[in-house]
Design a protein around this ligand. Structure first.
Ligand SMILES: C[S@@+](CC[C@H](N)C(=O)[O-])C[C@H]1O[C@@H](n2cnc3c(N)ncnc32)[C@H](O)[C@@H]1O
Length: 280
């Protein structure tokens, strides 16, 4: 069942949008001096060597981070994210890409707690290795949704919960909604950021509609479509659903999305969407 390995996809256009949103939310949390928790339900490995055979096999990063990381017209909103990538690759060669746990760690250092869960033994071992000896980071082999139920609300009462399922199983869209609804009941003020792929447009439309019917308020959606929707197999876009987004996030996304469409778009139909799915 656990066939998904993020190393095949690390640094692709979906990672660029996801990790940018993650960075902007953490920056917003850092505006206040009170502690918060970074909780990653589907953490995966933490760091990816783009020169290893899995990354090179798909080369997905070439249509993602490789297209933007050295540009000299990076929008200000994207600077922290790009700095993280550049610090991992100080010689100007794109050899490494950070997973979401390392993106978070790069920003919060040893100041905030991190809760990381995953189920894949190989990726968990790599994650343990990445964070060995870091007492602020707890790594557990645990279903991501069981993890949020068990660990929320955090004692700090402030958190970003990143939910990044592989969507390999037919149930995973519904699992994500159910998991978030249950978590939100326990901790309604947390920030939840859920990633989704655009593979089938009808499925995305249904998914977003379902989200609006769960009694959860204040939901923002951002989507980057790098090419025209298709009924054939393949990811044509990527989105994030954010519950309780920081107040500046929508404005920041409006500033940066045209840049992403311009540089990551693959055909003339590339576009972005920013939509308040449910009002506050
Ligand atoms: C898309 S990857 C995560 C990538 C990571 N968040 C990042 O941005 O670098 C999805 C991960 O979810 C893990 N996974 C699959 N089902 C899970 C579950 N029920 N609970 C926790 N992790 C799961 C997979 O092993 C895989 O490592």
């Amino acid at each position: 069942m656990l066939s998904y390995r993020h190393s095949f996809h690390a640094g692709n256009f979906a990672d660029v949008l996801k990790h940018l949103v993650q960075v902007l939310i953490i920056e917003a949390l850092q505006q206040k001096p009170t502690p918060f928790v970074y909780h990653d339900t589907h953490a995966a490995a933490g760091r990816y060597n783009l020169r290893d055979k899995t990354s090179e096999k798909t080369g997905e990063y070439k249509d993602g981070i490789a297209k933007v990381w050295l540009r000299d017209d990076i929008p200000e909103v994207m600077e922290t994210y790009i700095d993280i990538i550049q610090s991992l690759n100080p010689d100007g060669q794109l050899n490494y890409y950070p997973g979401s746990p390392l993106v978070a760690k790069s920003m919060i250092g040893k100041t905030q707690r991190m809760e990381l869960t995953d189920l894949h033994p190989t990726d968990l071992a790599l994650l343990e290795q990445e964070f060995a000896g870091d007492r602020k980071v707890r790594i557990q082999k645990l279903d991501g949704y069981k993890g949020i139920n068990a660990m929320l609300p955090p004692p700090q009462r402030r958190a970003l919960v990143l939910i990044d399922p592989p969507y390999e199983l037919k149930t995973e869209h519904d699992d994500a909604i159910k998991g978030i609804v249950a978590a939100h009941k326990r901790f309604s003020t947390g920030i939840y950021a859920l990633w989704y792929p655009v593979v089938s447009r009808p499925q995305v439309t249904k998914f977003c509609e379902k989200f609006t019917k769960q009694g959860i308020r204040n939901i923002l959606r951002v989507e980057l479509n790098v090419k025209q929707d298709t009924s054939e197999y393949g990811m044509t876009g990527t989105g994030m659903i954010i519950i309780n987004p920081p107040w500046k996030l929508e404005k920041q996304l409006r500033e940066v999305m045209p840049f992403l469409v311009k540089h990551l778009g693959q055909d003339s139909k590339a576009n972005f969407k920013i939509e308040q799915l449910v009002e506050e």
